[in-house]
Design a protein around this ligand. Structure first.
Ligand code: GLU
Length: 221
């Protein structure tokens, strides 16, 4: 079983996300990774093995500080437990990052389709197609939540996804399909109580998420 954490708010996203991943360690995992939006771009670190490997990597190559981030502990289903297969997965421009729990059953067809449009997929995972599809949809609508809804309509299987995009720096978007599909948006905000629904990915430290809002809506296939 893997774990997913997403955070947007006033604190260092890396601190909140790594603390969240530690709390999820008991679920079991084979790799871990994080992505943070900072300085107008996306910075990532990921490593096969225990969280301590990721922490070593972060100590050697610190990420820039940002207040929006995602993290993942992986339990491999498609592709071995390697650095390259660890999440987050990015699009070719390195603007969108996604973490994923579950299985994208139709990933092979989507991968072939993306390759046909010139995308270079570098991992063995089913997950990577989502980053590339999100990038394509985002380039048309400039709205990560809408891009997620559109992409999820194309995905088969049961899954949870959390994504960030460097062009929407104060937003974390999550989606969960276990029928029906639920898409939620965490957005930096100045004055609202935390309202994360139980069915959505839980922020690492709910008491610290007072400046985020999480709204959800159903999307039909
Ligand atoms: N199927 C994805 C992979 O193999 C996600 C596995 C998980 O749930 O951790 O990377």
């Amino acid at each position: 079983m893997c774990g997913i954490v997403g955070y947007v708010g006033p604190q260092s996203a890396l601190n909140v996300v790594t603390a969240g991943l530690k709390r999820l360690e008991y679920r079991g995992y084979d790799s871990a990774g994080v992505a943070v939006l900072a300085d107008g771009g996306l910075a990532t670190a990921k490593r096969a093995g225990k969280l301590v490997n990721l922490e070593k990597e972060l100590a050697e190559r610190p990420l820039p500080t940002g207040t929006t981030g995602i993290g993942h502990t992986r339990w491999a289903t498609h592709g071995g437990p390697t650095d390259a297969n660890a999440h987050p997965h990015l699009d070719n421009a390195g603007r969108v990052a996604v973490v994923h729990n579950g299985i994208i059953e139709n990933f092979a067809a989507l991968r072939a389709e993306l390759a046909g449009r010139g995308h270079d997929l570098t991992s063995e995972t089913d997950t990577e197609v989502v980053a590339h599809l999100l990038a394509e949809e985002f380039s048309a609508c400039a709205d990560l939540a809408e891009a997620m809804r559109l992409v999820c309509r194309r995905l088969e299987g049961a899954f949870t996804l959390v994504a960030v995009h460097a062009d929407e720096p104060d937003v974390v978007v999550g989606a969960r399909r276990n029928s029906p599909l639920v898409v939620g948006v965490g957005r930096a905000r100045r004055s609202s109580p935390p309202t994360w629904p139980r069915s959505s990915p839980t922020p690492a430290t709910p008491s610290n998420s007072a400046r985020t809002r999480w709204s959800s809506c159903a999307a039909t296939r």
